[in-house]
Design a protein. Structure first.
Ligand SMILES: Cc1ncc(COP(=O)(O)O)c(C=O)c1O
Length: 432
């Protein structure tokens, strides 16, 4: 008998949290690390939100509260969703969670029985795939294609749907690619889902990047497509829109009050409730007219950085990078660099037990981190299944412009440093 239950081994992770200790160890050697690994905006929480949170603490709004979420916030969320998605959202179908992440696993536990199929994008937010084996469901990745700028259409979705499809995760704007499907593509996806799935499916539409869109584009949600409000769980939160990842406020709008009540009960079992002063801060974030400027300034900065980084990466031989339409990541194809530096050959010559834990893009990621002090994320951090032959990195642009410029220079130098790469491999350290 082992101490930990077997299912614990089935849970994967989010590597963005795991490379922190490596970065700190390098910084302790007084080396400056360019952090292109971070999944959080590098801006302070807007003052108008901070003021409200402080005011709420001074009012002693620091006790247990409604486990479903305080009514003022649920009403603000319902109003925001009704106005921006053209639906009839109500506060009794909204549940507040400690971030937009918890509903991912909680939904899989709540809707999926062993053998049910869960469809999700790859590359995609790692937690979608992470939970599937844990709940005994079957993973069905949809591989988003670089040549389609990592969008998803009806024709991509159709072949993976079966009568066993229980949950379908979609995420636009997307982490890690910044891809955004068009309203026409969303309509196609909605049509194909409604034609092919039994009535008991749920689309989990992860819209945490709803406010971070470039070139003046507007956000579109699958929930606005005809017939989809009754099958869609819409998830979002304050982490990205308001640069408030530590606030731990996310929410989901469920199709029925009954489902919302089931999740309220999960909240009672797991969390009791979410800090009420932060919920009131989130309410202010959604309602204050000051939110428009705060979001606009952040998005403008991200857009300028996106242009800088995409151009910079495309100027490096062996790297090809699409221009993302939203979020704050770029997702370059590094196959050429891997070929030029001999990364593929180095990977093939590793012992099988090491090969299993790494990949060509991981070797380049680690080479960049330990030899050039640029922190990035490898391809397999965004879905492992079927990704063995795909060579990409994710770079976050949530880092100041000067650092990004330095990072680009270092990547350009690293991508020509075959000798350096060979000696990095020979050290047999930090290969995954
Ligand atoms: C696509 C996606 N969904 C959910 C989350 C989780 O957000 P939160 O910090 O609100 O839990 C993230 C965070 O990186 C994300 O990228």
């Amino acid at each position: 008998m082992s101490l930990l239950a077997k299912r614990v081994e089935l849970l994967d992770t989010e590597n963005a949290f795991k490379i922190g200790p490596y970065i700190r160890a390098i910084e302790e050697q007084v080396k400056e690390v360019i952090k292109c690994n971070l999944g959080e905006p590098d801006f302070p929480v807007p003052d108008f939100i901070k003021e409200e949170v402080k005011r709420q603490i001074d009012l002693d709004n620091t006790h247990y509260c409604d486990p479903q979420g305080v009514l003022s916030l649920r009403k603000a969320i319902a109003k925001h969703l009704s106005e921006t998605r053209g639906i009839q959202a109500t506060a009794d179908r909204v549940v507040v969670f400690p971030g937009a992440k918890p509903p991912i696993g909680l939904c899989q536990q709540t809707y999926c029985d062993p053998g049910d199929e869960v469809v999700y994008p790859s590359p995609g937010f790692p937690i979608y795939e992470s939970f599937i084996a844990y709940v005994g469901a079957r993973p069905v990745p949809i591989h988003l294609k670089e040549e389609k700028n990592f969008t998803l259409s009806g024709e991509d979705m159709a072949p993976v749907l079966t009568h066993k499809t229980k949950m379908i995760f979609i995420n636009f704007p997307s982490n890690p690619t910044g891809g955004v499907s068009s309203p026409e593509q969303l309509r196609e996806i909605a049509d194909v889902i409604q034609r092919r799935c039994s009535d008991d499916f749920r689309v989990f539409s992860d819209e945490v990047y709803e406010n971070i869109l470039f070139d003046g584009a507007k956000h579109h949600s699958i929930i606005s497509c005809p017939g989809m409000e009754k099958g869609t769980i819409l998830v979002s939160g304050v982490s990205k829109s308001f640069s408030w990842t530590g606030g731990r406020i996310g929410w989901a709008l469920f199709p029925t009050v009954g489902e919302a009540e089931a999740f309220k009960n999960l909240n009672i079992n797991y969390f009791s409730c979410i800090p009420p002063y932060n919920q009131e801060g989130a309410c202010t974030a959604l309602e204050s007219p000051l939110r428009h400027d705060a979001i606009h300034n952040m998005v403008e900065t991200f857009q300028a950085r996106r242009d800088l980084v995409v151009d910079g990466l495309n100027a490096i031989k062996g790297i090809r990078c699409q221009k993302p339409k939203g979020a704050f990541y770029v997702f370059p194809n590094i196959s050429g660099v891997c070929e030029n530096l001999g990364v593929m050959d180095a990977f093939q010559s590793l012992p099988p037990n090491v090969r299993q834990r790494t990949s060509p893009s991981t070797l380049f990621q680690m080479f960049l981190l330990f030899e050039y002090q640029v922190a990035t994320m490898d391809r397999k951090s965004f879905g492992r299944i079927g990704a063995e032959h795909l060579h990409y990195l994710r770079l976050s642009i949530a880092t100041d412009t000067e650092s990004l410029k330095k990072g680009l220079k270092r990547i350009a130098t690293a991508s020509l440093d075959g000798e350096g790469f060979r000696s990095f491999i020979e050290k047999e350290k930090h290969l995954y």
